[in-house]
Design a binder for this molecule. Structure first.
Ligand code: HAM
Length: 416
């Protein structure tokens, strides 16, 4: 016998017993975001590689080492999407959504792919709920997005802490980068090899380092937040004012860095201690330059994404609706299959949840199975003309024609 094939490393199966909790995450997200005027969008699982190279940034870890890139039979380079913001912006431009009333508010629940080292909370295929607002530069947009993500986490009984920061404009950032590079070069000998290797390409990542000596250097490093232009500082102050007004607790973290290059101005992240090393639940920020970068007109935008698996890991008990079985259709004789089959269909059309016996067990086993499923009623079908309807709770049994079964259940339900 050849060995059984297993799922690839870093991937997982969503089993029926896991699906119920995921459904709660999805339905809460749908409720919260739909109520705020967001509409669902889904984009393809793969895109032109260039979308991510240009959108997410050549210098990021994601583009440099985490993408699943392949050549299709037509010789084009395609990539399994590592994130959703660049694809949503591509779709906005491709479908002329700038002609719609602005801003356009979109949400998605999709799977993403990153070739990261797998561990608890970090997978190679994972799901995100995301929200993007395209076409508004107003700070109330940023604040509302943050409040909506907070609401989603609260609805899942997740205790999370919020960190926020601002990156200002690309010009401010470019200026600051040079200042930071000079600072890092002056302290080169104290830095980890990794941080040293990134001075030229991505000096800000040194704030991410776990190396104690590097961390000590970074604590004394100049902070971008202290270098913001007055209008950018005002934007950030307004976001904070609105969060204060909403009663949201947050920490201003000048060293907050996220692994994507498109951010400008506001940056935020929710995290949870319950998650261990992979503590990021979800986050995002403003990306005012991305649409232009992708070939569109200058268009301000802001958004976030939260990992479904991490929310489930950090979440408390969720109210799971039990599987409901109003009617189990048991088959008492070989020539009763067609009548039973029809009864199950008719019951579903009448709005009942109905399961048909599919294994041709003995009648005794069929009843035991129906009991295990928690069925309210079992119809034991002996043919067109003969059925017994058994109420599982009370044990009462009526002899009926098969056509009388559904009216009898509906009548009993109306009286209950
Ligand atoms: P991100 O921080 O890369 O942002 O991912 C968002 C969330 O996805 C993370 O906080 C985490 O919960 C989850 N996540 C990321 N990688 C993995 C993984 N390998 N395994 C499991 N979960 C993971 C973005 O993707 C941006 N597109 C967010 C955004 C939207 N910014 C603006 N709009």
């Amino acid at each position: 016998m050849s060995p059984a094939i297993q799922a690839p490393r870093g991937t997982f199966d969503v089993l029926p017993e896991d699906a119920a909790r995921r459904d709660v995450v999805e339905s809460n997200a749908r409720r919260i975001l739909t109520a705020a005027g967001y509409r669902r969008i889904e984009t393809p699982a793969f895109e032109a590689t260039e979308l991510f190279a240009r959108g997410v940034g050549e210098a990021t870890d994601i583009v440099q080492k985490e993408m699943y890139t392949f050549t299709d039979p037509g010789g084009r380079s395609l990539t399994l999407r590592p994130e959703g913001t660049a694809p949503v912006c591509r779709a906005y431009l491709e479908h002329g959504m700038h002609k719609l009333p602005q801003p356009v508010k979109l949400w998605y629940l999709s799977s993403f792919f990153r070739a990261e080292a797998p561990q608890r909370g970090r997978y190679r295929q994972f799901w995100q709920i995301g929200a993007e607002v395209i076409g508004s530069a107003r700070p109330e947009t940023d604040a509302e997005l943050i409040v909506l993500l907070h609401e989603l986490l609260e609805s899942l009984s997740i205790r999370a802490t919020l960190a926020i920061s601002s990156l200002g404009t690309p010009a401010t950032r470019a200026h600051y980068r040079e200042e930071l590079k000079d600072y890092l070069l002056a302290h080169r000998d104290e830095l980890s090899e990794e941080a040293r290797g990134r001075i030229e390409l991505n000096p800000m990542r040194a704030f991410d380092s776990v190396d104690p000596a590097t961390r000590a250097v970074m604590e004394r490093a100049p902070k971008l937040l202290d270098r913001l232009a007055p209008e950018d500082a005002e934007h950030f102050a307004e976001v904070r004012r609105l969060l204060d007004h909403a009663g949201l607790a947050y920490r201003v973290q000048p060293t907050l860095v996220r692994g994507l290059d498109y951010y400008t101005h506001t940056l935020f992240e929710f995290s949870s201690d319950a998650l261990g090393a992979q503590s990021g639940l979800g986050g995002g920020g403003r990306y005012d330059g991305l649409l232009e970068q992708l070939g569109g007109p200058p268009t301000p935008a802001c958004g976030w994404a939260a990992g479904v698996e991490r929310m489930l890991l950090a979440g408390g008990e969720l109210p799971i609706a039990p599987l409901l079985v109003d009617l189990y259709v048991a088959i008492a004789a070989d020539d009763a299959v067609a009548a039973a089959f029809q009864l199950a269909r008719d019951a579903r059309r009448a709005g009942l949840s109905a399961q048909l016996e599919l294994s041709r067990r003995t009648l005794r086993r069929q009843l035991a199975h129906a009991d295990r499923l928690g069925a309210r009623y079992v119809a034991i079908v002996a043919g067109e003309e003969r059925s017994s309807l058994k109420e599982m709770d009370g044990g009462e049994q009526q002899e009926l024609t098969t056509a009388e079964v559904i009216p009898a259940i509906l009548r009993a339900r109306a009286l209950a």
